[in-house]
Design a protein around this ligand. Structure first.
Ligand SMILES: Cc1cc2nc3c(=O)[nH]c(=O)nc-3n(C[C@H](O)[C@H](O)[C@H](O)COP(=O)(O)OP(=O)(O)OC[C@H]3O[C@@H](n4cnc5c(N)ncnc54)[C@H](O)[C@@H]3O)c2cc1C
Length: 319
């Protein structure tokens, strides 16, 4: 269940081994937090900003198995912003190879989903045990992989008496503010991080520097991510209030021209990244055919979510 990176990895691995997986996806598109949003003439990666596969299995999938059109290595590093000042970032972090897709990061899950039976717009609301496996929304399956952020599986797990498997896993929320400007912007970095994470804004991705086709000539596009504290305290505030905080930081860093965006959109991620995680073994220790997957079992990164999905499939294949 769930056509995020983890669910797609599980389904893809199972399909390769000869199984016939079905993926139920609540939303109309694949990708979950690997999301791209277009507000013409701008295009933003509103969840994961880039992918740094660090030699994990996703790297071979991206570089050897999937079509590579639009795949780009991000050539500019991440710098820091502290006390309203921009400076060079950590040399080790700078050396990590990061990828994006010109079409948007969501191009990756789209490609992963292409040859799979993904049923879009179908939220799984019913889970029951039967003699040979499970009923998902009334349909029989031998095994089930639940790959939504773990707390979102609580109701389904309760239906089969296994809510305890979520343990203490908790996610933090994140508000992403997408801003487009009719002002050009050039920089020697593609993103800025606040290493202390004390300010409301902790991350700024310069989408139009990171990749071509994010903003027209003479324009610029940014994704401003708000920190965990600000995001939880202001999650229900109006878009106007949330965006205003982001605009204040933009003007402080880059000057008054960046106080007045031409496009503003606020994306609310209730379960953005796990802050209390668990391990695959802990969540799946009783050897069932109801497998929990997703990034809470490995860490808040695309390549780790993929790895968990592969692991879930391997666990089922062994059975
Ligand atoms: C703001 C932000 C910035 C990030 N930045 C980075 C980054 O730069 N680099 C990086 O590597 N990672 C980053 N991450 C983390 C990365 O996006 C995630 O770790 C990864 O995408 C998680 O994939 P997943 O498959 O585990 O979960 P998800 O992507 O959440 O997928 C779960 C899927 O399940 C579906 N679903 C949920 N409930 C149901 C249901 N009942 N029935 C059917 N479908 C359901 C959802 O619609 C969703 O598509 C970021 C995340 C956020 C939010």
């Amino acid at each position: 269940m769930g056509a995020g990176i983890s669910g797609l990895a599980a389904a893809r691995t199972l399909q390769k081994s000869g199984a016939t997986p079905v993926v139920f996806e609540a939303s109309p598109v694949a990708g979950g937090r690997c999301a791209t949003q277009e507000f013409l003439p701008y295009r933003f990666d509103s969840g994961a900003t880039s992918i740094a596969p660090r030699g994990r299995s996703l790297e071979a999938v991206m570089l050897q198995e999937l079509p590579k059109d639009g795949l780009l290595q991000v050539d500019k590093p991440i710098w820091t912003m502290e006390f309203g000042r921009v400076s060079r970032g950590d040399a080790v972090k700078m050396a990590i190879t990061r990828y994006v897709y010109e079409q948007g990061i969501n191009h990756l899950p789209k490609m992963l989903a292409q040859d799979l039976d993904v049923r879009y717009g179908i939220k799984v609301t019913q889970l029951e045990k039967n003699n040979s496996g499970y009923l998902v929304n009334g349909e029989a399956f031998d095994a089930v992989v639940l790959s939504a952020p773990l707390p979102e599986n609580a109701e389904l797990l309760e239906m089969v008496g296994e809510a305890w498997r979520i343990g203490g896993v908790r996610y933090r929320s994140c508000l992403s503010v997408l801003l487009g400007y009719e002002v050009p912007f050039e920089a020697p970095y593609h993103a800025l991080i606040d290493p202390e994470q004390r300010n409301p804004v902790i991350w700024i991705s310069v989408e139009s520097v990171k990749s071509p086709n994010r903003a027209p000539e003479g324009h610029s596009a940014f994704v401003v991510q708000m920190g965990a504290r600000f995001s939880s305290e202001h999650f229900q505030d109006s878009d106007y209030e949330i965006a205003r905080e982001a605009q204040i930081m933009m003007a402080r860093l880059f000057g008054e021209k960046f106080n007045t965006p031409a496009a503003i959109h606020v994306r609310r991620w209730q379960n953005s990244q796990p802050e209390i995680a668990t391990s695959f073994e802990t969540a799946n220790r009783n050897g069932t055919t109801l497998i929990l997957a997703g990034d809470a079992l490995a860490g808040p990164r695309v390549e780790l979510a993929y790895e968990v999905g592969v692991r879930a499939a391997q666990h089922l294949m062994q059975k």
